[in-house]
Design a protein around this ligand. Sequence first.
Ligand code: NCD
Ligand code: ZN
Length: 347
Amino acid sequence: MEKIFLDILRPDDWHVHLREGEVLSNVLPFTYENFGSALIMPNLDIPITNISLADNYYNEICKQIPKAAKFTPNMTLYLTDCLSKDEIRKVSTHKHIKAIKMYPKGATTNSDSGISDFKNFYHLFEVMEESGVILSIHGEVTDEKVDVFERESVFIEKVLTKIIKQFPNLKIVLEHITSSDAVNFINEQSMVAATITIHHLMVNRNIMLSKGIRPDFYCAPILKTEYDRRALVQAAISGDRKFFLGTDSAPHVEGKKIASCGCAGIFSSPLAIPLLIQLFEEHSSLKKIEPFASKNGRAFYGLRQHKDRVRYVKRPKSIEVIKDIKTSDGKIKVFNPYNEIYWEKEN
Ligand code: NCD
Ligand code: ZN
């Protein structure tokens, strides 16, 4: 039988949570084996709020990356009022720190140090705009009066449009967009791009809630409707330079996911690329994987394009894939809504 394969420029993950300690050691191989680089989020138990903490975290990660791996970790700083203008100027020329992440207080895992009033940060946005530092945004309001499914749309309307109006040349990434409103908004912008996760491309809130609750599909921002999911798929397969892959892979052990107050986050790094290929194949869009997963993010972040390609092979029968990883605090489930996986990386 003829071998079916796909060669793609090495993909990058523009939004990932690697955690620290034992979890870091367990999850990191899935990132360095599958991606050429990754933008590593700063929401650790002690958030990465300055360059020195980011350098230490970078070193902890690098120690565990084998020399043969063709992988570059890119770091982020957590925006708090401890950040100074001077520190931002240093970020603009720093080798590994590529963005400053803004979390609204209380929006997600470890966001207690997040911001309450974005207007208090205008003096810092000004320096970021001047020095070309990218602002990465978790785009949700946390006002209890706003319905959880509307948090992103309200954020765009009430917060993001104001920031853009005030700082038209500030480069912004609206992270893990979930709605057709967000896709439409990004389409109208010139300095704002967006990451899209695998899970928001593949599952919707019905799948999460209609036949019994699926805590493994619970994440922030929460899954939206089928209509929204389709809008995200259209954005991803469009090849448009403003949309690129950020898995938002966010490992939590089973005991924290299946609980009376479960954590938001989906661990998707291990099967992210095979799932993405399968999805793009279903939409007859395999040619658009490279812009979405390998090229657009690098262009937005001003990095040289990868030159080397990785080969994925399509097996005639569904292959045996990893279901979870084990830690001393319990299992971490791997996102796999298809169950049947046909594509695998050729080593
Ligand atoms: C992330 C986490 O667990 O760190 N959770 C999630 O649901 N996406 C944080 C985040 O990006 O919101
Ligand atoms: Zn995230």
